[in-house]
Design a protein around this ligand. Structure first.
Ligand SMILES: [Zn+2]
Length: 352
């Protein structure tokens, strides 16, 4: 049940105004994908790092992805610009604060789950624990000033190898009372779920909420294995489930009660779907699967939650009732602790 907080509009402009005003939950957002271009430039200048251009407009062209079909090399270049921006603890603080500001002021986010990969972001350059304390305290300071409830998810990047996987899992366990969950990201087709069964078991035994990037690329069969072997509470993307003509994977997702954290523009840009209109979000909803809508890496993907909601409505065909369903299911599936979650329901205008 949701509060009727806004009038239902019947024109694209009206729907856009509606979407902008709507208080939103965001479950799938990478901190590394939230760095403003101007911040990338200023940090590079301060630390004497090379950037493709010192002109902000030119830099933006090398940093943001505007169209589908870029080579993997090009896409990785953009992420390495983001990665290089975590040079000092001050930089981490600035990036985290700005990520909160953008979510709250530009997108009207009221429940923000931010995720990051310590090995991707910091490697051996900065201390993981100190980096985490800064992210955590920055988010808390923002929460004290503004009615947005936040939590941090720790990511293991699959391409960093099993040693890094265990190091990241141990790091998450050591901080289990300060984080809200754990995520496996990166290519599932190259690093299948079978590799991480023990890690997932260990995390679950520590009662750490698990979400997994799955069904973003590769074969839908990996999704079935992810559900069976890793037993996540949520799945990031999951869109390959729609390619299983037998319907078994969709049925398995539904049966497991797992929420799919969909990210329409991200899936379009990585060619997981050829056209945004072909995104299976609506198909999932009609099949009775719980879905949320997220922006993934808003700055790099040149998007935000307002845009993602508009794509869902105008291109994928969701009604405002469907949008409301996604908003409510996201709030229920949030990994935030109970007290914060209850407050988030109030800020989102969703009746429990
Ligand atoms: Zn992601």
């Amino acid at each position: 049940m949701s509060l009727k907080i806004l009038q239902v509009p019947d024109s694209p402009e009206g729907r856009k105004a509606y979407v902008i005003k709507l208080p939103k939950p965001e479950l799938h957002r990478h901190l590394e994908g939230c760095i403003r271009p101007v911040t990338v430039l200023e940090i590079a200048n301060r630390h004497g790092l090379s950037v493709p251009s010192h002109d902000i407009k030119e830099l933006e062209k090398n940093y943001r992805i505007y169209e589908q079909g870029e080579s993997l090399e090009k896409i990785l270049e953009r992420f390495s610009l983001a990665q290089n921006s975590f040079q000092s603890y001050d930089d981490i603080e600035r990036i985290t604060w700005e990520a909160c500001e953008d979510a709250y002021f530009k997108e009207n986010v009221r429940l923000l789950e931010l995720r990051y990969s310590p090995d991707f972001m910091l490697a051996d350059r900065l201390d993981w624990q100190k980096g985490f304390e800064i992210i955590s305290s920055t988010v808390s300071s923002f929460e004290k000033k503004h009615p947005m409830l936040c939590g941090i998810i720790i990511i293991f990047s699959r391409s960093y190898g099993l040693k890094s996987a265990w190091k990241t899992a141990d790091f998450a366990i050591a901080n289990k009372n300060k984080i809200i969950g754990f995520d496996l990201a990166d290519s599932e087709s190259m690093y299948p779920p079978q590799l991480y069964e023990k890690i997932a078991l260990r995390l679950r035994s520590e009662k750490i909420n698990l979400t997994v990037h799955s069904g973003e690329e590769g074969d839908y069969a990996n999704m079935a294995d992810t559900l069976m072997l890793l037993k996540p509470c949520r799945i990031g993307h999951g869109i390959k489930a729609a390619e299983d003509s037998s319907g078994k994977v969709i049925a398995a997702v539904k049966e497991a009660g797992v929420l799919l954290e969909t990210n329409p523009r991200s899936n379009y840009l990585t060619r997981a779907v050829n056209k945004i209109e072909e995104h299976p979000l609506l198909k999932f909803l009609r099949a009775g699967i719980k879905c949320s809508i997220g922006a993934d890496d808003p700055e790099i993907l040149n998007t935000d939650l307002n845009n993602e909601y508009m794509l869902a409505i105008e291109k994928i065909g969701l009604s405002l009732a469907d949008i409301e369903e996604c908003r409510i299911n996201a709030a229920y599936a949030s990994f935030l602790p109970k007290d914060k979650k209850q407050q988030a329901f109030i800020e989102l205008g969703i009746k429990q």
